[in-house]
Design a protein around this ligand. Structure first.
Ligand code: F0G
Length: 470
């Protein structure tokens, strides 16, 4: 295996704010800069590291799929996230995810045939993209000898952490969730995998604040996406997209926005690839919020907040958060995975938007569920939050910002079975169930519902019903 950048001169942590730029050893555990409180990046001295001259060189690893580090869709790109000692890597075969062209979803979005792709991250071991980042953060935690790891979660991060702890037996998982704000599919994973599950009276934003306090008080390793190592793993989603497109750069990456870790990591991936001369251009980024949790949209598109080359006007954010508090406004969307009002990676994401010439949109729960039904019909299926990417691509197509002949990749972040309640309610023939689960979210119709046919328990009646409906 290649040289590893465990020394400060080859890889280090650095404050993202250009006016600060404070650096820290990769062996330190931190989620913010001591000097100015901002987020951190992992930075590499590429000149002294063995980086392939062409992305295509990674294909050689396919031949060595019997080696765990080559089988992993994260660690086969180890040279592009070289902070970890290969001996310490904890992998459970994450990142073996397909990119599929979808004619059905493409036509729903309004694209020319062959131009719409779905990156299906639901195929990960715990059923969401989180495993890409978890293997990286978990590896770092293991490297520094952590015995407990914690996160706040809307469900997927916790399922992922619980799984890595359970399989590796290296750490205990301590997870924080809000009350009633987690789908049963995700909660059942954490419980099954044996995580210590703390459900607090409050929502994700409250749980996030508490887990930060608890981690620092009890010295528990924090794996939320404020952890810069998490984002190193998530960069590989972009490497695999390129790999599936025969190393050609698409025109658009469209991703749901919650805590904004994924979008931030995608921008870092492309920034580094460009810096290394491994790609000749950077695709545009579209981040899609749910309307009931639209902080990024509000701040960027309505209030003009920008990274501004490292000088964002944080007063715009402070004023908005004060307004939310004064109005007692809480995030509320059927896409529970992205039901977040205070995204922890906001400033990193602003930098990413600048780097990828990005746009932000918000979509309603109705648009999310209709898009989700289309994804389901395409044969992949996803949870509601993931479908925000498809709904957002359709909106940008209708606005003329995405051209029908451009190449668009929507990231399907989580598996269909993560949240069957929303799916069944959408398709249900029981109006009361529809209204109970969806009506209160402003969903008034199910344009693509596949309703169960009610029929009495009688052979002839069943035959008649099949003939009538087929
Ligand atoms: N899609 C799914 C399925 C998610 O679970 C999340 C985040 C996102 C999108 C948003 O990604 O935070 O990087 O912008 N889920 C987190 C969790 C918050 O706790 O599982 P992001």
């Amino acid at each position: 295996m290649s040289t590893v950048a465990t020394k400060t001169d080859l890889a280090y942590q650095q404050c993202i704010m250009p006016h600060c730029g404070e650096t820290y050893d990769v062996g330190e555990v931190r989620t913010s800069c001591d000097k100015c409180g901002s987020l951190l990046d992992i930075v590499y001295q590429w000149d002294s590291l063995p980086v392939p001259k062409k992305l295509r060189e990674f294909e050689a690893k396919w031949m060595r799929r019997n080696e765990p580090l080559c089988r992993s869709g994260v660690w086969r790109f180890h040279e592009l996230l070289p902070f970890a000692d290969p001996e310490k890597v904890v992998t459970i075969g994450e990142g073996q995810t397909p990119l599929m062209a979808s004619e059905g979803v493409g036509s729903f979005v309004g694209m020319k045939p062959g131009q719409l792709f779905l990156e299906y991250e639901g195929m990960n071991p715990s059923g969401s993209f989180k495993d890409n980042g978890m293997t990286a953060a978990f590896t770092h935690a293991h490297t520094i000898g952590a015995k407990r790891a914690a996160c706040a979660s809307t469900g997927n991060t916790s399922a992922s952490l619980a799984l890595y702890c359970c399989v590796s037996k290296l750490m205990q998982a301590v997870i924080f969730i809000g009350s009633g704000k987690i789908s049963y599919g995700k909660l059942s994973q954490a419980l099954d995998y044996g995580a210590l599950t703390i459900q607090i009276a409050g929502d994700f934003d409250d749980a996030m604040q508490r887990v930060r306090e608890i981690s620092s008080r009890l010295g528990i390793y924090l794996v939320n996406s404020v952890n810069p190592f998490r984002l190193e793993g998530q960069k590989t989603i972009m490497f695999r997209v390129l790999e599936s497109l025969n190393w050609e750069v698409p025109d658009w990456i469209v991703v749901p926005g919650g805590n904004l870790g994924n979008s931030s990591s995608f921008a870092k991936a492309f920034h580094e690839l460009k810096e290394l001369g491994l790609v000749d251009r950077i695709p545009r980024l579209a981040i899609i919020n749910a309307k009931g949790a639209d902080t990024l949209y509000e701040l960027v598109e309505n209030r003009g907040l920008r990274w501004n080359q490292g000088k964002p006007n944080s007063e715009v954010m402070d004023t908005y958060y004060a307004e939310l508090d004064a109005a007692h406004l809480r995030a509320d969307t059927i896409a529970s995975a992205i039901e977040i009002n205070r995204p922890v990676n906001l400033f990193k994401c602003l930098r990413g938007l600048e780097c990828m010439d990005g746009v932000v949109r918000e979509v309603t729960d109705q648009q999310i569920l209709d898009a989700k039904a289309q994804v389901g019909m395409s044969g992949l299926g996803c949870e509601p939050a993931s479908a925000a990417s498809v709904a957002g691509a359709k909106m940008l197509r209708e606005e003329g910002i995405i051209d029908p002949s451009e190449r668009v990749v929507c990231i399907l972040t989580g598996h269909q079975l993560k949240d069957p309640t929303a799916t069944v309610a959408y398709h249900t023939s029981d109006q009361k169930e529809f209204d109970r689960v969806l009506g209160s979210r402003g969903v008034s119709r199910a344009a693509f519902a596949n309703r169960a046919v009610q029929v009495e328990n009688d052979l002839d009646a069943i035959v008649r019903s099949i003939q009538l409906n087929s």
